[in-house]
Design a binder for this molecule. Sequence first.
Ligand code: KIV
Length: 266
Amino acid sequence: MKNTVATFAAMKTRGEKISMLTAYDYTTARLVSDAGVNAILVGDSLGQVMLGYSSTIAVTVEDMIHHGVAVVRGAGDALVVVDMPFMSYQVSVEEALRNAGRIFKETGCAAVKLEGGAEIAPVIRRLTAAGIPVMGHIGMMPQHVHQYGGFKMQGKSVQGANRIVEDALAVECAGAFAVVLECIPAGVAARITERLSIPTIGIGAGAACDGQVLVNQDMLGMFADFRPKFVRRFAEAGDLMRSAFRAYDAAVKSGDFPGTDETPGA
Ligand code: KIV
């Protein structure tokens, strides 16, 4: 059955956990969807794991559309959410609507995600009023990395924690259908999950969240540049790929590949 924003709401009501993974291409989207994962995020983390940037800052609307279209083609029943990249929604509500409208129409995704709390509420309100479902993203917001001085946990002080709770309430009140809580203390995430009627999707925010999201290259053990503490590696696909590439290299160089079976007409 196709996952929709209504599915998310119903799962929260029933107390069922929501699974979400990132994907940036057709083949991965098909594999994720075949596994029964509820939602796929075309995250602007593609800046790091697909394009090799050190942060998400340089990612463009065109990048998101390029990858989003491919993921939607392979997503099957998974709900696809596409990130709005840095500076595509901060300048004005009108520009945010124009960019979200392009992402929504040109990719065929089900929703967009954007970072920010109370300050971004007018944008969330305008997008949802136009019929574009919005997933919020608060706590550690990767597009603010230079302001934090690195990828650092947020909400450790009482004041910081209270601000994140206020942000969560503002995002819900503005009309978001769900909110990502990134890298905040588990107790703060539990407080927010308890207070909100929309689902919380955690990443580095503990087990009380209504769902979880991970970057697929992280959980597959493929991305070595940066390893967040909260990631569980469900496979060592990086090792597997390296050894397959080595075997291929050796087979080509020794003349073992292609063999007769792999030679058309032989
Ligand atoms: O861009 C991304 O992949 C994200 C997740 C880390 C939540 O925003």
